[in-house]
Ligand binder design. Sequence first.
Ligand code: SF4
Length: 350
Amino acid sequence: MLNNQIPVFIYQWYELNKRDLPWRETTNPYQIWVSEIILQQTKVVQGLGYYYRFLDLFPSVQELANASMDDVLKAWQGLGYYSRARNLYQAAKLIVELYKGEFPNTYKEVISLPGVGEYTAAAICSFAYNQPYAVVDGNVFRVLSRIFGINTPIDTSKGKLEFQALATSLINQRSPALHNQAMMEFGALQCVPQSPDCHVCKINTVCSAFLNNQVSSLPVKGKKSKIRARYFNYLVIKVGVSTFLQKRESDDVWKGLYEFPLIESTNNLVVESLMIESEFKLIFSDSTIKYINPHPTVFKHVLSHQVIFAKFWEIDLNKFHLSNRLRVNWNEIHLFPTSKLIENYLNSRT
Ligand code: SF4
């Protein structure tokens, strides 16, 4: 079988096995863009509900651009990787400003939008405009590395160039949208990461990994980066029916989301060590604390390069004022965009 015949077998497989997904039924670049950004770090089954909700709230680029950042982050709540939502919002504003609200239709313009890399630009240009740009996502990396027996680590610059060049050489110039969808779907459903059913695979006679017993070792990934442990101490200050929230402003995880006042420490704190932290002393210098208790659960939240251990310190006071923080009624907290971690804590109290 020639290299350029392999995709033909994959198209045939695709026609028989593809899932019905809403973003495959449209060539609207805005809807495709939203779906691709959601799917960057999210599985289809989880992303579907968010996709429908997001388009309900913001049906067009203009409506997204006219929304507030808080509304956009609220719609994104629970999906994680919030920079995706911030970039969508900023890109929508740019599209309105630079292109009068018309979604750009050249690869060069699309890739210049915030949050759009090579993969997303190729996906938008091929699905919306049928332009011959090959997508290389995690599924395509796996399919190509196995079929062609490529050992170059996929997360290195060399690997990215090599796989992109191979994918580009295979693209179907007449039907790039079909080609890209078929390659990705084949990776998502047939050539899956763990134990694919190679015996029923239509291309097992030409698959290098299958023929050479390398299926479980391909694709190759480089060394994993170190995971950093962080210790968050949230101050859940209760004054009657209110509490205090702050917005995360620094260039860190969850930027733009709301949380309880936070003291980050280098290790797990007990109450005595928390109370001698300088930030704690500063916040409560003029107050008499009625009680302070940690919530019984230490919430563990795993992100790609860090793991956060969060303690929620429930602190009761008679009177209190905290400048630069929002005083919020308890039953209004759900109106603010928050991280899944805060959401989990709030759910544990109900
Ligand atoms: S034979 Fe197995 S490893 Fe090769 S393409 Fe098919 S499913 Fe993937």
